[in-house]
Design a protein around this ligand. Structure first.
Ligand SMILES: *[C@@H]1O[C@H](CO)[C@@H](O)[C@H](O)[C@H]1NC(C)=O
Ligand SMILES: *[C@@H]1O[C@H](CO)[C@@H](O)[C@H](O)[C@H]1NC(C)=O
Ligand SMILES: *[C@@H]1O[C@H](CO)[C@@H](O)[C@H](O)[C@H]1NC(C)=O
Ligand SMILES: *[C@@H]1O[C@H](CO)[C@@H](O)[C@H](O)[C@H]1NC(C)=O
Ligand SMILES: *[C@@H]1O[C@H](CO)[C@@H](O)[C@H](O)[C@H]1NC(C)=O
Ligand SMILES: *[C@@H]1O[C@H](CO)[C@@H](O)[C@H](O)[C@H]1NC(C)=O
Length: 505
């Protein structure tokens, strides 16, 4: 009798196990395309000799368990290969919750398709650091700054890439604190290489940063490409890419939807930026697509106190944005914005096409020098087509310090159904124009048929050739299927033990 009951239950147990078995099969099936043991290839400034997976260091991709110490330990461990061919850390499919961690040199962080690096929402996971020396103060308040999610200082040859893996800043909690004025320190940025060179950030989707997304600062030789950057259009200060006191930069094939400027070129803030004196120069931005209803497609400033010069932008598209390439500065900023070249913009639904502001406020502290006036000169725009525009040009300079050397050529602006009565407001600015409709202000003297300048020489960063790098997911499969089977095995043991206990009289 007892025996019969036992065997009946055993049959049920078998059925349950089979069911579990079939669930496991389908999990394996749907993971096959990323875990099939084949090589993953990708393009990077340098390939690496050593490969490790986050799971080698005990990473848990359940979206709940913190991997902060895992990421930190992994990078520390792999830093031993800095002078031995470098290393790549592969983040496999899964949701990897983590706080702030730094990278190391000759290092690649590869985020696989289906992998999400999930930013912790706990302030304690972001060590407090000092304000940037060229800012003197945090951007959200006078206190310190929370370290960025992914950072690193004094590094060389660093790649953050993937096959469209995701970094999710989970910013909503920070945006709420910002709106409620509950922040004592400045929100973390998502990715922030500092004092570094040879940097590549590519083939990723970045979403919901607490504040700025990508912020290279005091760095050079930077390639940023093939990124999708997404944040709600009403999220505060979610700038897409902000090169800040950087040199030799390429930003290309980037799609940004954000609550602030899609790209903002910066170089420090008022007296601190003037003293630090490090410009952003030699940058090219191409094939950027931007949606930012309340901000600029590309902003120059407002923090520009180390100077901004020699910036090119080409093949720029925008939909529903406030303005295109905007200069933002004011008394106190000092320095300069010069030699700016823009070629080929296609714009749809804009408040302004041209917008320059010489009265931008916001200062780090009352110690700024209102007599420190910026020089704005040689700003070129050509081949612009815009539709559904409220106002063609709102161009202001500074009284007694006019913005000079504007050139606008081949510009066709179609107006919205209810455009502003005044289409051009030009105050304290001067320059020339050619083939611009609607007809511009007198301050932009019509030169008949000329073409504004755009440099024909290549930018140095364009000569960098990417190499084809790879890694095999075989090792990862072995480890993960072992873990998988161990898990399955212990689950079975647990079930047998439970049923066994039930059978005991
Ligand atoms: C970390 O590096 C050491 C060598 O220094 C190595 O023996 C060890 O296996 C590594 N740890 C992990 C988890 O890979
Ligand atoms: C990352 O590096 C910065 C600059 O060196 C340092 O201040 C910070 O504490 C580091 N963060 C972590 C988590 O080690
Ligand atoms: C990175 O993006 C480029 C351009 O979209 C694409 O050709 C390439 O295959 C991508 N690389 C990976 C590893 O996904
Ligand atoms: C990467 O993923 C994003 C978000 O899902 C998507 O919009 C984008 O088209 C993808 N990019 C590529 C190159 O597949
Ligand atoms: C004017 O700009 C448009 C849009 O970029 C372009 O298609 C056209 O060829 C340009 N015309 C001249 C004369 O350069
Ligand atoms: C034109 O711009 C100046 C300064 O930028 C501003 O003070 C003025 O009010 C504007 N005029 C109109 C009519 O919008």
């Amino acid at each position: 009798m007892a025996l019969n009951r036992r065997s009946a239950i055993s049959t049920n147990l078998l059925a349950i196990l089979l069911m579990l078995g079939s669930t496991n099969v389908s999990i394996v099936e749907c993971r096959r395309h990323v875990l099939d043991g084949s090589d993953v290839t990708y393009a990077a400034i340098n390939c690496r000799k050593h490969t490790a997976f986050l799971t080698d260091f005990g990473g848990n991709g359940d979206g709940q368990t913190s991997n902060t110490e895992v990421f930190r330990a992994a990078v520390l461990n792999l830093s031993q290969f800095e002078n031995d061919g470098g290393s790549q850390l592969i983040v496999p499919p899964g949701r990897w919750l983590t706080g702030s961690f730094n990278l190391t040199s000759h290092f690649t962080l590869f985020i696989q398709f289906g992998a999400v690096v999930l930013a912790s929402q706990d302030e304690g996971d972001y060590p407090l650091i000092k304000p940037l020396p060229s800012y003197g103060s945090g951007r959200d308040g006078p206190g310190g700054r929370f370290s960025s999610l992914i950072g690193g200082s004094h590094l060389t040859d660093v790649v953050i890439t993937g096959d469209n893996g995701t970094i999710d800043g989970q910013g909503s909690i920070w945006w709420k604190k910002f709106h409620k004025k509950k922040l004592k320190n400045t929100r973390p940025y998502l990715i922030e290489p500092m004092y570094s060179n040879q940097i590549q950030i590519s083939n990723l989707t970045l979403i919901n940063s607490p504040s700025w997304f990508v912020h290279p600062v005091y760095s050079s030789d930077i390639i940023i490409q093939d990124l999708t950057i997404l944040a709600p259009v009403d999220s505060p200060n979610t700038d897409g890419i902000n090169p800040d006191s950087c040199k030799n930069i390429k930003i290309q094939d980037v799609f940004v939807v954000s609550g602030d400027d899609c790209v903002a070129v910066k170089s420090g803030w008022d007296e601190y930026g003037i003293k630090f004196g490090m410009p952003t120069e030699q940058a090219i931005i191409r094939r950027l697509t931007c949606i930012s209803p309340d901000s600029a497609v590309i902003a120059l400033g407002s923090e520009m106190s180390g100077g901004i010069k020699n910036i090119r932008a080409e093949d720029i598209r925008a939909i529903n944005s406030e303005s295109a390439v905007r200069i933002k500065t004011g008394p106190g900023r000092g320095a300069y914005v010069t030699d700016i070249f823009v070629d080929k913009m296609t714009l749809h639904t804009m408040k302004y096409v041209f917008w320059t502001t010489g009265a931008y406020g916001q200062h780090p502290d009352p110690g700024y020098d209102p007599k420190a006036l910026p020089k704005v000169d040689r700003i070129n725009y050509r081949n612009v087509v815009a539709e559904d525009v409220k106002m063609a040009g709102n161009m202001g300079g500074i009284e007694g310090d006019p913005f000079t050397g504007f050139c606008l050529s081949n510009v066709t602006i179609g107006l919205s159904e209810k455009p502003k009565k005044l289409q051009w407001n030009c105050t304290d600015v001067s320059g020339v124009s050619s083939n611009v409709t609607p007809e511009p202000c007198d301050a932009l003297v019509d030169k008949g048929s000329i073409e504004c300048e755009y440099p024909s020489d290549p930018v140095p960063i364009d000569t960098v050739q990417l190499k084809t790098c790879s890694f095999s997911t075989k090792k990862q499969i072995l480890t993960s299927s072992l873990v998988h089977h161990l898990g399955y095995f212990s689950q079975t043991l647990w079930l047998v033990a439970t049923f066994d206990a039930m059978l005991k009289p």
